[in-house]
Ligand binder design. Structure first.
Ligand code: GLV
Length: 323
């Protein structure tokens, strides 16, 4: 009998059609995000799950899914999944690394440039009809911060952090980095986190969200940042203390921020960062290009196809389950 696989969203790419030939596949057709109660109902009796980073896969849910044999997430981050609980049950968890590296680094750089040069604020200014003869080109009009020649501190020098370093080199930036694992990357000076924060004009966050990185940039660390620095976060909410960041930006200690990811998503309307003109916000779009999303979906489908065939997933975050 064909195994049952639940897919929590319609996916792009070609391999999802191939997956449908290997199982009895049920796809949530929306509209919008799948509510957690519906996830539980839909998953009952399923052997496999293909999910997004918006689906929370926790212990309580797993306890109700004795048939579950694999989870494949169309994301590189797996902080929405209790990987430890799945590993204890011997269940592989797939993710989609590699293909989104350049796309996400591009987003980080877009936010860095937009925050430095006040692009979103200037866009609002023009659209709001504020660009008048009385309020126009002048020596100090919309002045921002130079990127070329400045110092960039990269927090987390994995694949995406390294891709950001390559872009920074093109802008003649001095590149500093801190990483939890020792790394040697040409043109990048490795430093302790506090020293990096003190020396960087721009700080870009690229660590995964894990218990060790939750609140990594807390109020004390934000207070150590160079006066007038710019912070960019395209990694995950929960790594940066949003309240402390908002206070540092409102008080003028930091000059700007670019934020793509939030502690709570979709972001709450009363999030203090949304009230600040010097913050550029985007709705978690780091990997959002048509091609990259199709490639991510293809890997997610390939992981599921391998699991259904009793093979190791090509991209598995807990390969220890294979012994
Ligand atoms: C995006 O944030 C991802 O984890 O793929």
């Amino acid at each position: 009998m064909a195994k049952k696989v639940f897919v929590t969203h319609q996916l792009p790419g070609k391999r999802i059609h191939e997956l449908s030939r290997h199982c009895e596949m049920n796809v949530w057709m929306g509209p919008g995000l799948l509510p957690s109660a519906a996830l539980r109902t839909q998953l009952t009796g399923c052997h496999g799950l293909v999910c997004l980073l918006t689906d929370r896969i926790d212990k309580a849910l797993l306890d109700q899914l004795p048939e579950l044999e694999f989870v494949s997430s169309m994301s590189v981050g797996v902080d929405h999944i209790d990987v430890q609980a799945l590993s204890e049950r011997g269940i592989p968890v797939g993710n989609t690394p590699g293909v989104l590296v350049d796309t996400t680094a591009d987003t980080a750089f877009a936010l860095l440039l937009a925050a430095a040069r006040r692009v979103a604020e200037a866009d609002r200014f023009v659209r709001d009809g504020q660009w008048t003869a009385a309020n126009a080109w002048a020596p100090e009009f919309f002045t921002g911060k130079d990127v070329t020649g400045a110092t960039l501190g990269i927090v987390g020098l994995g694949e995406i952090g390294q891709a950001v370093a390559r872009r920074a080199a093109g802008f003649g930036m001095r590149v500093l980095a801190w990483s939890r694992t020792a790394r040697e990357v040409p043109g990048v000076e490795m430093l302790a986190l506090d020293e990096l924060l003190q020396r960087s004009d721009f700080v870009s966050v690229h660590v995964a969200l894990a218990p060790q990185t939750r609140n990594l940039l807390d109020a004390a660390r934000i207070a150590r940042m160079k006066p007038g620095a710019v912070l960019v976060n395209t990694a995950r909410g929960g790594i940066v203390d949003e309240q402390a960041l908002a206070e540092a930006l409102a008080g003028g200690r930091l000059s700007a921020a670019g934020v793509d990811v939030f502690e709570r998503e979709p972001v709450a309307a009363d999030n203090p960062l949304l009230r600040l003109p010097n913050v550029v916000v985007t709705p978690h779009i780091g990997s959002a290009t048509t091609l990259t999303r199709a490639r991510m979906a293809d890997i997610a489908a390939a992981n599921a196809i391998a699991a259904l065939a009793g093979q190791a997933m090509p991209c598995c975050v807990n390969p220890q389950v294979y012994g």
